[in-house]
Design a protein around this ligand. Structure first.
Ligand SMILES: C[S@@+](CC[C@H](N)C(=O)[O-])C[C@H]1O[C@@H](n2cnc3c(N)ncnc32)[C@H](O)[C@@H]1O
Length: 283
């Protein structure tokens, strides 16, 4: 291991930063501009002072590494993130893959609504993986939408992805109908919010995380209103927290939807629930 890596790791460990080793590796690679193969060959950085100063700043502030870098990786792409946007999580890839599977074989070019787009990572990765598609990403936060737009521009997706400010469906016009509504909404229940890891609690936007007493308020709101905005064979796909999938399945069933997929993440947690409108149910 190169010398700078060992020093960075020590700085982070001494400050009791979580996952010090993994973070040290990222800092040395990203701030030290090393390629993956440079790391394997133990090549050292040429800007050691800059790398150590970055590590010291992180150790002092406890800020998420991704906010300090100004970006995060999601499904192999680099996304700008700021304190106005949630940092994309690895498990969200399951939601994106489920969404793509549901609309991949449609005969006409599909259109998708993403509610709570944040950095735009879900909207962009759905659009990037399907040739003919239109994705509308909405969010209540104007600052997050600005970041999402920059990400879509950087990924050359502005012909396929558009963004709009909306409180859930408030800006969706009558007659706008989608093949798929996808959302990773805020889903942390009130009692769990203060128990979140300090890095999340102190730095990530509360409005992206907290969802009332039981964590289900966005699912209820979306399921209750979705039929107005879905095409007859449309789907809804949600990401959810551990322990929420069965409640969400129940909500779907009660409101005329048929659950078609419940997908577990790498830890075996039911993470994605997808449902379609039941045949014969009036839209
Ligand atoms: C859990 S984050 C998901 C961000 C991003 N889609 C991702 O998966 O990384 C939830 C998002 O919902 C947005 N949000 C919160 N309340 C909202 C509302 N009433 N209407 C629309 N979006 C909302 C937040 O601003 C945040 O960007």
């Amino acid at each position: 291991m190169n010398k700078t890596f060992l020093e960075v790791k020590k700085i982070l460990k001494d400050a009791q930063i979580d996952e010090a080793e993994a973070k040290a590796r990222i800092i040395v690679r990203e701030v030290g501009h090393l390629k993956f193969e440079d790391m394997l060959l133990d090549k050292d950085v040429e800007n050691k002072e800059e790398v150590l100063n970055f590590a010291k700043k992180l150790a002092l502030s406890g800020e998420p590494l991704q906010y300090m870098l100004g970006y995060s990786y999601f499904m192999g792409e680099k996304f700008i993130v700021t304190p106005d946007t949630l940092i994309p999580r690895e498990e969200t890839e399951f939601l994106v893959r489920c969404a793509i599977d549901k609309i991949r074989n449609l005969k006409t070019a599909p259109n998708v609504l993403e509610i709570g787009t944040g950095s735009g990572c879900i909207a962009c990765m759905i659009a990037k993986n399907l040739p003919d598609i239109e994705v509308l990403g909405v969010d209540i936060s104007t600052n997050a939408l600005q970041v999402a737009l920059e990400n879509a521009q950087k990924l050359d997706l502005i012909r396929k992805v558009i963004f709009r400010k909306s409180d859930v469906f408030s800006s969706i016009r009558d007659g706008e109908k989608f093949d798929l509504i996808v959302s990773n909404p805020p889903y942390i229940k009130k009692d769990d919010y203060l128990k979140l890891d300090k890095t999340v609690l102190n730095f990530e936007p509360k409005s992206a995380l907290l969802a009332g007493e039981d964590g289900l308020e966005f699912y209820i709101k979306i399921i209750n209103e979705a039929k107005k905005y879905l095409k007859p064979s449309g789907f809804i796909a949600f990401e959810c927290a551990q322990g929420q999938a069965d409640d969400i399945c129940g909500l779907f069933e009660q409101r005329g939807f048929e659950v078609c997929d419940v997908i577990c993440d790498m830890a075996g947690i039911k993470r994605v629930v997808c449902a379609g409108v039941k045949k014969g149910v009036q839209l």
